[in-house]
Design a protein around this ligand. Structure first.
Ligand code: NAD
Length: 241
């Protein structure tokens, strides 16, 4: 039987030198939920210790200290290793890594039988609400065209974005058949437009992220709620309260 974890909750940040990893390290140090970052992992760390946090390379995971929750915002090539580490250590996993293959998604889903796990394509509250609105709109507008247009920074590797695919799933549950278009440009943090087009009228539902801290705060909130829970797959909305 799982027991609540006594604070501080020991965090491992996977993907720590990236845009999201840097936001997570900064925000985890803020006053609030009681976290201690005990390890940070990036592909090739430039330094061994930064602000008191020990850094490890992706192929040195065997040596990381004990932790309660791993927060993973890396790339698909690093996902198998962090999943295996959490399984081996019996630790919880919060992951926002997108672009996972079907085999990786299957491995993730199977792991949820053994550890508490929350994977989400988007950890912002606004997108959680948008997803519900899209499903309702799709159900209320049978026969309308549904198009999902997303824009992200030029370095983003996967397209359509994980969030666009999640919104598309919601549209499908509502009965629509979504189409996707992707734009990669400049430093855009993330924009998603879901457009429903009928004859002579059109609805656009839009979410714009202007700061990636919203995703990092959401992931930290979820990490605080996930530690010590029974093994299963959790959605962000299961852990909001
Ligand atoms: P980034 O390219 O800036 O950073 C990637 C990080 O992963 C780096 O620290 C890199 O060293 C590390 N990495 C890469 N391969 C690795 C490996 N094999 N082992 C260990 N570490 C490895 O990317 P980013 O903008 O920070 O985004 C990271 C991921 O998070 C992407 O998949 C992105 O789509 C996703 N993302 C998700 C959300 C969400 O809310 N779910 C929000 C923003 C970004």
């Amino acid at each position: 039987m799982s027991e609540p974890i006594q604070p501080p909750i020991r965090l491992l940040i996977h993907g720590a030198s990236g845009r999201m990893g840097q936001a997570l390290l900064r925000l985890a140090a803020e006053p609030g939920p009681p976290f201690a970052v005990v390890a940070a992992v990036s592909r090739k760390p430039a330094q061994r210790v930064i602000d008191g946090v020990p850094f490890f390379a992706g192929d040195e995971l065997d040596g990381v200290p004990a932790f309660d929750v791993a927060i993973d915002f890396s790339l698909p090539e690093g996902f198998a290793a962090i999943l295996a580490l959490c399984l081996a250590r019996g630790a919880a996993l919060v992951s926002g890594t997108t672009g996972l293959s079907e085999a990786q998604r299957d491995a993730r889903d199977a792991a949820a039988a053994e550890i508490p796990l929350c994977w989400a394509s988007n950890f912002s509250l606004g997108v959680a609400v948008l997803t519900e609105l899209v499903e309702r709109a799709a159900a209320a507008l049978p026969g309308w065209d549904c198009d999902i247009v997303e824009a992200h920074h030029a370095q983003k590797k996967d397209a359509p974005s994980g969030t666009a695919l999640t919104l598309g799933n919601a549209a499908q549950w509502g009965g629509a058949t979504p189409r996707y278009a992707s734009l990669r440009a400049g430093d855009i943090v993330g924009e998603h437009t879901v457009q429903f087009s009928g004859i002579g009228e059109r609805i656009e539902l839009v979410h714009r992220a202007s700061n990636r801290d919203i995703f990092a705060r959401g992931a930290l909130h979820v990490a605080g709620r996930l530690a010590g829970r029974p093994a299963r797959a959790y959605r962000v909305r299961d852990l909001l309260a």
